[in-house]
Design a protein around this ligand. Structure first.
Ligand SMILES: [Zn+2]
Length: 142
């Protein structure tokens, strides 16, 4: 499934309905998960637990907790990759569909972004494949 189609059909916020087995690491107010529509292999997302649309709406504690998972995630990626990038995303309505309005950070190893069109049309993993990759990531990045 393409990410664009997934977003069109999704009614509820995917980050507010995460299953336990999808979570790589968590603390009091944030989660670290694998991206289900990855730009690259081992693409991670750091997400506040609370549905927050913009960075400035986070509490001080939430900012600290999200930041801890960003550092944790980048450190894990550095075990296997010599570079990583981070992209901050917040929700916005867009002409070609909606984005997820629950703010989040992408932690991405070895990325070379080509065009916005390529990112939007990236392949969506099936739930089964996604959970298998999450399990595999946890094992490889202990
Ligand atoms: Zn949400």
């Amino acid at each position: 499934m393409l990410y664009n189609r997934y977003l069109k059909n999704k009614k509820e916020c995917p980050f507010c309905s995460l299953k336990k087995e999808e979570i790589i690491r968590k603390n009091n107010s944030a989660f670290l998960i694998l991206a289900q529509a990855p730009y690259t292999k081992d693409h991670l997302l750091a997400i506040p637990k609370r549905h927050v649309t913009k960075l400035n709406k986070l509490t001080k504690k939430e900012k600290e907790d999200v930041e801890k998972l960003i550092y944790y995630g980048i450190k894990r990626l550095h075990k296997k990759y010599d570079d990583a990038s981070m992209i901050y995303r917040e929700g916005r309505k867009e002409k070609i569909g909606k984005s997820i309005d629950h703010m989040h950070y992408h932690l991405i190893p070895k990325i070379r972004i080509t065009t916005e069109k390529n990112i939007r049309n990236r392949k969506m993993l099936s739930d089964k494949e996604y959970l298998r990759k999450t399990k595999d990531f946890k094992k490889r990045f202990k």
